[in-house]
Design a protein around this ligand. Structure first.
Ligand code: MSP
Length: 657
């Protein structure tokens, strides 16, 4: 899948808010691809920018009491500043308010019209301003809310120009079919195919309800219409190359990859190729849709106050560590969770232990045994099997990048580091040097340097500054030529002298950012657990409470004969700690004999001549060899047991109920 020109794009970001981790993620993936393409010698053009038209932006400006263009200027600048601070290697930062862009969009409108793909009609539908999209009634949630973002939609009826999207169904399906990798990951392509197979409606591509947008070309003489933002925005990918103004630069087209988030896949995988077909332009090679970031397992939202600010994270943990984390942590296309724990683990383990430590070991050993000198001439003589293992891993890597499997790329790239660390443990240079195996020891250092060099070059696109530092420590510059020599052609490093240096990845022991939301979540969890525990204990204490007891009818209750009686004789049961032997007068011919387990709380004396409540129709039972003809009612809780007695003296045999 090699091509000599690589045009790589990010979405252009709406200027209704400042950048968050989602924007940074898309941009960092694109930056990584662009840097990689440049390093392998491809003629690369990397585009990013801001999407500034539409009702959403107009309203955002209004709500802040600002003039729309001034507001767009201000927010657009915050994006550009952030990317500059993040050292994003874009070749052009486009703004949809740029004059050239507007001209390009107008030209596209004319071309599509001339091709018979645009007609005028009226449109009535439910419009979500936040998503800048119309939805059919059947898709609305509860008849009113946007199925994508959940916000209320409003009914819009207006005159509109339409793009004949329905006419492109078959051509789109053929494109997906003939280009299995046009949408990555491939699972997303299937989703798109199913959607298109469900049928496409023509697309309303102008609005008259507001005017913050690109006007129609003058020849249409229809000044109340402005272009639909998605037509305007998607066109940025070609206007940035001069479409409509300076077509000379269009030779970067078609894009090698449009990087986007999964939420905007439909626009890129359906509308955009249809527009391009109408314009007679080639289609992009790949559209890569990444997943969604959550924080500590929760969706990010302003109201929860848990939106990850990429600058704060980069400032606290290091920009390149953050880049590595984002690309390594999540399989492309899948959703990812941001937590400081996960970030710290990646830094301490992958970067600190595996990579940083290897460089330290090399500097340490070469310093101790060879005054810093490292030579690689004899590596193959002693460590061919290790070199083979490294090559086998590296060979697998190349396709991963442009298949956008960056996590797999990084995972595989770490294997050579394991080979190096294992080789040190296996060959024990400290023993070899004592045994006089100087050449073997130098070759082992050479092996480590070779592995570090190759890995650093291949990691360069992800961590440009860190790997430049490593390569410089190994005596060479990061250039496409050196990439070719060292990685592709396996040329041996020229001898160099190592210098002692500060560790590249100091260990991070505790979270560096205060995360109020995470603390609130932790507290909520602790409280919920405490509540659960308390409930459990209360349940245990209330064993005799009604909780968990089967419900009975009143007839069942009256099957129990409860009576008032008087204890006329009471004595202890010999050898029993618990039992008293009672004779209870229930108004019958003879007193009943009742064996009661109450001795821990009542003495025989306590019970004598007191009134009690008795279950009088229990089957007689034997306790310690004595017959018991009833049971006393008593209540027991954690403080002990007490008898249930009538409040006032009652005739013996009085029924209870
Ligand atoms: N302006 C449009 C794009 C037009 S491209 C011709 C737009 N802008 S956006 O600012 O809302 O979003 C830009 C990108 O940020 C999208 O790729 C989107 O997927 C991504 N993200 C926004 N929130 C995100 C997360 N929480 N996680 C990951 N990415 C997310 O859409």
């Amino acid at each position: 899948m090699s091509c000599h020109k690589s045009y790589i794009t990010t979405p252009i970001y709406y200027v209704n808010d400042v950048a968050h981790i989602g924007h940074a993620y898309t941009t960092i993936i694109a930056d990584t691809l662009a840097r990689y393409a440049r390093l392998i010698g491809e003629d690369t053009f990397f585009l990013t920018g801001t999407d500034e038209h539409g009702q959403k932006i107009e309203e955002a400006a209004k709500s802040r009491g600002k003039e729309t263009q001034a507001y767009a200027d201000e927010i657009s600048k915050t994006f550009r500043d952030l990317w500059d601070e993040f050292d994003i290697s874009y070749d052009k930062f486009i703004r949809t308010t740029d004059e050239d862009h507007k001209k390009g969009v107008q030209k596209a409108f004319t071309v599509m019209y001339d091709n018979g793909d645009i007609y005028k009609d009226t449109y009535s539908g439910h419009y979500c301003i936040s998503c800048e999209t119309f939805f059919p009634e059947t898709q609305l949630v509860d008849g009113e809310f946007c199925p994508d973002c959940g916000k209320p939609t409003s009914i819009v009826e207006e005159e509109s120009y339409f793009f004949k999207l329905s006419a492109y169904e078959d051509r789109l399906l053929a494109w997906y079919k003939e280009n299995p990798e046009c949408i990555l990951p491939k699972s997303k392509r299937n989703e798109v195919i199913r959607f298109v197979e469900g049928g496409l409606n023509d697309l309303s591509i102008t609005r008259t309800s507001f005017d913050w947008g690109v006007k129609l070309p003058e020849k249409f003489n229809d000044p109340k219409h402005v272009m639909y933002v998605w037509l305007d925005a998607l066109m940025n990918y070609v206007t940035a190359l001069g479409y409509g103004t300076d077509d000379a630069k269009m030779d970067y087209w078609p894009a090698r990859v449009h990087l986007i988030g999964k939420d905007i896949l439909r626009f890129h995988a359906i509308y955009w190729p249809a527009f391009l077909m109408s314009l007679g332009l080639p289609l992009p090679k790949h559209i890569g849709a990444h997943g969604w970031w959550t924080r500590n397992g929760e969706k990010m939202s302003k109201s929860k106050g848990n939106v990850v600010n990429p600058k704060e994270v980069a400032d606290a943990y290091g920009l390149e560590n953050f880049r590595y984390f984002m690309l390594r942590e999540v399989p492309f296309g899948g959703d990812g969770d941001f937590s400081q724990r996960a970030l710290m683990d990646r830094i301490n383990s992958d970067l600190g232990n595996d990579l940083g430590n290897l460089l330290n070991r090399l500097i340490g050993m070469s310093g101790k045994y060879f005054e810093g000198r490292v030579e690689c001439d004899n590596v193959a003589k002693y460590y061919q099997s290790e070199l083979d293992e490294v090559e086998a891993s590296l060979e697998k890597l190349n396709p991963f990048i442009f298949e956008l499997q960056l996590h797999r790329y990084l995972e595989e790239l770490w294997r050579p580091l394991t080979v190096a660390n294992r080789a040190i443990d296996k060959y024990q240079p400290w023993t070899m040097i004592k045994e006089g195996k100087t050449e073997e020891t130098m070759a082992l250092n050479g092996l480590i340097a070779t592995i570090l060099a190759k890995v650093s070059l291949m990691l360069h696109a992800v961590m440009p500054k860190t790997t430049t530092t490593i390569c410089n420590a190994l005596g060479f510059e990061v250039t496409p030529e050196n990439f070719e020599k060292i990685v592709k052609n396996g040329e041996i490093l020229t001898p160099f002298i190592t210098q002692k240096r500060e560790p590249l990845f100091p260990r991070i022991e505790e979270e560096l950012l205060v995360d109020e939301r995470a603390e609130a979540l932790k507290k909520e969890k602790e409280e919920a657990e405490a509540k659960k525990k308390a409930q459990k204990e209360a349940k245990k204490a209330n064993k005799n409470s009604t909780e968990g007891v089967a419900l009975i009818g009143i007839d069942q209750f009256f099957q129990t004969s409860l009576k008032v009686g008087t204890v006329v004789k009471a004595e202890e049961v010999p050898k029993s700690k618990k039992l008293l032997l009672l004779q209870v007068d229930l108004g019958e011919d003879e007193p009943r004999q009742i064996v009661a387990g109450i001795k821990e709380w009542y003495s025989a004396e306590d019970m004598l001549d007191t009134q009690v409540c008795v279950v009088a129709n229990l089957k007689p039972a034997k306790l310690m060899g004595m017959v018991s003809e009833g049971m006393l009612l008593a209540a027991k809780d954690k403080d002990g047991l007490c008898m249930v007695r009538p409040e006032k003296p009652k005739t013996n045999g009085t029924p209870i109920g």
